[in-house]
Write a protein of this length. Structure first.
Length: 160
């Protein structure tokens, strides 16, 4: 997804930080190339306060607070992702991963391995948002895995 800047309540919000990008992560002496994209749940919510945005049949409102928080995603990806822990989460019959070790920030994402590629993955950040302390109990439960291990397995074509 390539998001364009958003005008809301007379202010323009740059979406440059949520443009797709590629980052390599070295895991077990192997460089894994990961292509990142971001869904619109990273900067929208359903509080009916901001500009209404339509995407693939879904409508949500622009959220300045989610937008502001989303500016940390690239930093997390480039500097902290290799040390993160994730929990497997099933939603709508799809496997998704959940991470909550960037401050009080929930990140839901999906990892796919493009066909006929070697050490290449696609990571789609479905949703990312600040999490209040009271909301922690509603987060997915389950066994935690090191994200580096998960990426290594997915790069080998192993489905978790």
């Amino acid at each position: 997804m390539r998001w364009t800047d958003i005008n809301d309540n007379g202010r323009t919000y740059s979406m440059a930080h949520l443009l797709p990008f590629t980052h390599a992560l070295r895991i077990d002496d192997v460089d894994i190339t990961i292509h990142f994209t971001f869904g619109f749940h990273c900067f929208t919510d359903q509080k009916n306060e901001g500009k209404l945005i339509f995407n693939r049949g879904e409508k949500r409102n622009f959220s300045p607070s989610r937008w502001e928080a989303s500016k940390e995603l690239r930093h997390w990806i480039c500097d902290r992702m290799g040390d993160a822990h994730v929990t497997l989460h099933h939603s709508s019959n799809q496997r998704r991963l959940f991470c909550l070790d960037i401050y009080d920030y929930a990140i839901f994402f999906q990892i796919t391995k493009p066909e006929k590629t070697v050490n290449t993955l696609k990571l789609f950040v479905i949703s990312a948002y600040p999490l209040d302390q009271w909301g922690r109990s509603s987060m997915p439960k389950g066994r935690s895995h090191n994200l580096s291990w998960v990426l290594s397995q997915r790069a080998k074509g192993i489905t978790l």
